[in-house]
Each structure stands twice: as structure tokens, then as C-alpha cells.
Write a protein that binds this ligand. Structure first.
Ligand code: R2B
Ligand code: URA
Length: 309
């Protein structure tokens, strides 16, 4: 590609507003958020979502339901956790739960899936006139040189070449967007982790790939074109540039939030140390406990921000 095919996208300054960066939206009489089964003419979005201050997203629908139930208990809200229902039950693409000022949404696996969800989520927050919203991705990852169960709070989300950018092809041209995250929030999360038992946490770079197997240098996929030594060399290179975990959504999450002026953080637990293997062979109950760690950490920050502790 020639230089002229690269466009560097500059984001707005972070303010308390949600910036949808699309002039065409203003001319539309109705906006249908198809994958949420919500729309501006069929739902009163300001009434349904106007008070949202925190949005937590994660891959699995069940985990995001558990998070909604967990945060309901943590905030000691009235009502029964069994009454927390899926706002997107009209579609099985994503699940969405609202608990007080918190929205919990699933995004599926990989960049295309979370990207579709984020476009509709950011428009939803805009249509609902939300302000001062913070987004968290709470997820799982493969660790690079860390004990399994360590929580990584992302400093920079990097691509598979260790660059802090997300490349989007638009009309045959590559748009490059920065994936830098809010330093204030990741430092606040690290402080929160020091106030918790059983939540070992580090700040590090998170590498986002477009595949779980070959794309993450695994030797156990249906295809593999490299040696064990090639894998180890790539992981060592990643480690030396500051990468501490690998997952599949952080770059587009960071880039879209930043481009729309939203503060965001990525908090992922490591399920294994990739220097020691590729298969996830940890017992199920241990994995369940690991996956609660990002939830506990983010819940702690939310409770502090709401003045509950
Ligand atoms: C972490 O875990 C999933 C793959 O197992 C993927 O969504 C990710 O980012
Ligand atoms: N999720 C990933 O993307 N990679 C891992 O190794 C584990 C979870």
C-alpha cells in the first residue's frame, strides 16, 4: 500500500459527552440498533438508559449475566436477582442487563463481533444522552510470563506486530486509529487491586489477535506452520516489548472508545502461561474462580466511585 492509502484518525478530546463521529446519523428519522433489537422509534432510550455511568462488556452471555447479578448484590440493591432480565432477549446475538447505573453486555469472540456491538452501544449511549460514562472490558486471556490467574490491566492494546494501533479497512483504504487507554483509570484499577485479597494484578500491554490458534502462536490448532522454537521466540519478543497477555478484542475496543471520546479500560485474567503450554487444562472450578477476578476488581472500583466504600 502507498502512504496515501493510510489515514491517521485523530480522536476528539475526552469530554463528558459521547461523540458519535458520523454526520449522517443526524439526518436519519429513525436509528435501528439491529443486533440489540432496540430502536429510537420503538424504545424510549433516554428513559431506559439515561442514567448509565458504567458499561462492562465481556465475551460470554452467561458471564455477563452473572456479573449483573454479582454487581446487584455488591451494590446491595433492592429486588431479586432473578428479576434481572436480558434487554436484548429479542435477539440472540448479544445479551444486555441493566443494574442501577451499570450496563452489562456480552460481545462474543473476536474483533468483528465486539466491533458491531460497540457501534450500536456507542449510538445507544448517544441517543440516551448519557454523559461521563466509563467502559470496561472484563475478560479472559493467555498470559505471557505470568502465573495463571494473574489479572492484567492493559496499559497499551497492541496488534500482532506490537504496535499500539487498530487498522480498519474502509472503502479499500486503511484507517489507523490509536489504541491508547486512559492512564487515570488503569492506575485507579491497580490501586483497587491492592485493596483486595486474592486478586494478583499487573499493568502491561495486551496483544490482540484475530485468531486463537495460529494467530496466537499455538502449536495445537488444526493447522500449524511453525516450530516450537518459532513460537517461543515470538512470545519472548512480545514479552520484551511489554506484552503480558493475549486476547482477541482489546485493540478495536480501545480504538473505538478513544475515537468517540469515551474513557475505557481492559481488565483480563490470564488462564495459562503461554510459555508453559497452549491447551487450557486448568480444572473448571479454578477457571470459574479466575474469571471472577476481573469482575471483583471492576466492582470494587465502581463501589468506590459511587461512594459505597
Ligand atoms: C479471550 O477469550 C476468547 C477466546 O477463548 C476471546 O474472546 C478472548 O479475547
Ligand atoms: N483467550 C485468548 O484469546 N487466548 C488465550 O490463550 C486464553 C483466552
Amino acid at each position: 500500500l502507498s502512504q496515501s492509502e493510510f489515514i491517521i484518525h485523530e480522536p476528539p478530546l475526552v469530554t463528558d459527552q459521547v461523540h458519535v463521529m458520523n454526520p449522517h446519523l443526524e439526518t436519519m428519522k429513525e436509528d435501528i440498533l439491529y443486533h440489540f433489537n432496540l430502536g429510537t422509534n420503538t424504545h424510549n432510550l433516554p428513559e431506559m438508559f439515561g442514567d448509565i455511568k458504567f458499561v462492562c462488556v465481556g465475551g460470554s452471555a452467561n458471564r455477563m449475566k452473572s456479573f449483573a447479578q454479582f454487581i446487584h448484590q455488591e451494590l446491595a440493591l433492592s429486588g431479586n436477582i432473578d428479576d434481572i432480565t436480558d434487554i436484548c432477549e429479542g435477539t440472540d446475538r448479544y445479551s444486555m442487563y441493566k443494574v442501577g447505573p451499570i450496563l452489562s453486555i456480552s460481545h462474543g469472540m473476536g474483533v468483528p463481533s465486539i466491533s458491531i456491538m460497540l457501534h450500536e452501544l456507542i449510538k445507544l449511549l448517544h441517543h440516551a444522552h448519557c454523559h461521563n460514562v466509563v467502559l470496561f472490558r472484563i475478560g479472559t486471556s493467555g498470559g505471557v510470563g505470568l502465573a495463571p490467574g494473574t489479572v492484567v490491566v492493559t496499559d497499551k492494546a497492541v496488534d500482532c506486530f506490537f504496535r499500539p494501533q487498530f487498522d480498519q479497512v474502509v472503502l479499500g483504504k486503511v484507517i489507523i486509529r490509536s489504541t491508547e487507554l486512559d492512564e487515570g483509570i488503569f492506575k485507579e484499577l491497580l490501586q483497587c487491586s491492592s485493596e483486595l485479597d486474592n486478586c494478583p494484578t499487573v499493568i502491561g500491554n495486551t496483544m490482540c489477535t484475530h485468531d486463537f490458534y495460529e494467530g496466537q502462536g499455538r502449536l495445537d490448532g488444526a493447522l500449524c506452520s511453525f516450530t516450537t522454537e518459532d513460537k517461543m521466540e515470538y512470545l519472548r519478543k512480545a514479552y520484551n516489548t511489554g506484552v503480558r497477555n493475549i486476547e482477541m478484542e482489546s485493540t478495536v475496543f480501545a480504538a473505538l472508545c478513544r475515537a468517540c471520546g469515551l474513557k475505557a479500560a481492559v481488565v483480563c485474567v490470564t488462564l495459562l502461561n503461554r510459555f508453559d503450554g497452549d491447551q487450557i487444562s486448568t480444572p473448571h472450578d479454578v477457571l470459574v474462580e479466575y474469571q471472577q477476578r476481573p469482575q471483583v476488581l471492576v466492582a470494587h472500583l465502581i463501589k468506590k466511585r459511587l461512594g459505597l466504600i
